[in-house]
Ligand binder design. Sequence first.
Ligand SMILES: [Zn+2]
Length: 128
Amino acid sequence: MNDRFNKLRQYNTSGLGCWVSLILMVFLLTSVGLGWVINGFLILLGLLFITPVLAFWGFQWWLKRKLIQDQCPVCNYEFTGFKNTEFNCPSCGEALQVEAEHFSRMTPPGTIDVDAIEVSVRSIDEGD
Ligand SMILES: [Zn+2]
């Protein structure tokens, strides 16, 4: 227990010594005229932080260019799809493609869309 505590204290003091020597080195380098070394190091550090942020932004920008959000022309379910690809609506399974920034059905040419109209039995009876 006591031994462990001593080791911990030793570690702490060595860590402090490391920082002190680092600060001393920075002072030494700047006084000698090697400030550019530190500047370069700081720039490198900055780049290390900035690069992932820029990459993230770039990826988002790329996604915005590639992705398109629209409603399914069949069931009006809103979802996102990739441009220049053919896909199925996740809600109704209709085969869709992107045409002029909008989803459109991939119906073969010549297909006529027919809207089913619900006719209640009563209205037919009344008509007779
Ligand atoms: Zn749909």
